[in-house]
Design a protein around this ligand. Structure first.
Ligand SMILES: [Zn+2]
Length: 444
């Protein structure tokens, strides 16, 4: 856990005083509720004030309101205050979906709707068949079988439940193979004439052939060997068919192709867009009944804190798109908005929520009532999970304020996947090779 290092730096813990902690926590929640009500009564006439969370990385003392869990995507229980702002959302005020009213909001809303089409392209039997032709299924299945048996044996030895199911192990095997043998990461493509390194020359317009194959942008490189000096083109394909052929690219191509492969082996998949120019995959684990973070580029499985606590990135939006709709999953990746949140200024939260509801409505309109109900239940369960992460982060910040409560962090153990997440230190010091925080889907 990220807080492992904080704990290690502290003197040896004495005793875990649950009563004091509970009392402090209740006190904080009372203060928070009071402040929220006060805020609501003022908000109709007041202009937004800066969020207390973004101003400092130090948690406020217990006498003030703690950073409340943001209510992104939270079901509204109270009428929304009219001047909708990011800071109000960060304060945890309830959000009512509302359509965009200004040009910037409309632009962001349409942008998200545009992104939401990406995973629908995977639902093509011809494409999935072609993908299955290149995936070494036998090898992956036997690896998965072996791994899941080991996990079952380990679980049996402590009379528990295996951590991951067979289907999860199939995706884990797919991940290893995809990164290890199938897809290639490209910074500067080598010269195709003499294989020498190349030097970036900027962008160039796509040729008709490249356009036909789905490249909207082409990067131009020149061979570093002056006697050759050949031009090398690097078309950035977003067409997943083309990626099956080219088998190379940066984060965007990796996430797109890998997500489609997960679909091909029968998983429910999400393509996750991040506003800080990064993308990854989520796969639904039937075994754990939750969405699991998978980053093909990093070979990372279930490490949602990688980007914030590992790479120290600040993040404003993470939105997951699937064939069933869209979900704002920011809270899975940004556990502490005070430390790793970036202001959400692209549109009012009401518009973000409205857009997500619109995408869900559109994707689900032709489904049976039974399927629609199942998905609503799943949305609710996920909302609960995401709120738990916020509550957990809040409790952990309180924990850190209280010297006597420095012992365990039992609240983390209750959360699905918490144990699997590597500590920030491990993530930060892990060898990334050619990868790392400056990778971007759009290709820096
Ligand atoms: Zn050359």
């Amino acid at each position: 856990m990220a807080d492992g290092r904080h704990r290690a730096a502290q003197p040896a813990p004495k005793e875990y005083d649950a009563t004091t902690l509970t009392h402090e926590f209740e006190q904080l929640m009372r203060t928070k509720r009071f402040n929220r009500l006060q805020q609501q009564s003022r908000s109709r006439t007041q202009s937004p004030s800066p969020s207390p969370m973004s101003s400092s990385s130090v948690p406020p003392p217990p006498s003030r309101a703690p950073p409340p869990p943001p209510a992104f995507g939270a079901p509204a229980s109270l009428p929304s205050p009219k001047p909708s702002t990011t800071s109000s959302a960060l304060r945890g005020l309830p959000v009512m979906p509302a359509p965009p009213q200004d040009a910037a909001s409309l632009k962001f809303s349409n942008f998200l709707k545009g992104l939401s089409v990406t995973p629908t392209k995977y639902e093509n039997p011809g494409l999935l068949d072609e993908a299955l032709c290149v995936i070494p299924l036998d090898r992956l299945y036997s690896e998965a079988e072996e791994e899941s048996q080991i996990m079952q044996a380990q679980a049996a030895s402590v009379s528990g439940k295996a951590e991951w199911g067979y289907q999860d192990c199939v995706i884990r095997a797919l991940l290893r193979w995809f990164k290890g043998s199938f897809f290639q990461f490209v910074n500067n493509p080598p010269c195709s004439k003499c294989h020498m390194p190349t030097i970036a020359q900027g962008m160039t317009p796509p040729s008709p052939d490249e356009t036909a194959r789905g490249a909207s942008r082409v990067e131009l490189y020149r061979c570093s060997d002056t006697s050759c000096a050949a031009d090398e083109r690097f078309p950035r394909y977003s067409d997943v068919w083309q990626l099956l052929q080219s088998r190379r690219g940066r984060v965007g191509e990796w996430a797109n192709c890998f997500s489609m492969f997960c679909r091909a082996v029968g998983a429910r998949v999400r393509w996750v867009w991040n506003s800080e120019d990064y993308v990854w995959t989520e796969v639904y684990s039937e075994h754990q009944r939750r969405w699991v973070h998978v980053d093909a580029c990093e070979g990372a499985w279930d490490q949602p804190r990688l980007y914030t606590e590992g790479w120290q990135r600040k993040i404003s939006y993470c939105v997951a798109f699937s064939i069933d709709g869209a979900t704002d999953v920011t809270r899975r990746y940004v556990r502490s908005f005070s430390r790793h949140g970036s202001p959400r200024t692209r549109a009012p939260e009401e518009v973000v929520l409205w857009t997500i509801h619109e995408i869900r409505r559109k994707r689900r309109e032709n489904m049976s009532k039974t399927d629609q109900r199942r998905l609503i239940k799943e949305d609710e369960r996920e909302e609960k999970e995401l709120r738990c992460y916020m509550a957990s982060a809040l409790a952990s910040e309180i924990n850190k304020m209280l010297p006597r409560a420095l012992t365990g962090r039992p609240e983390d153990q209750k959360h699905p996947g918490a144990r699997q997440e590597a500590s920030a230190e491990v993530l930060a010091t892990r060898g990334h090779g050619h990868s790392g925080p400056d990778r971007a889907p759009e290709g820096r």
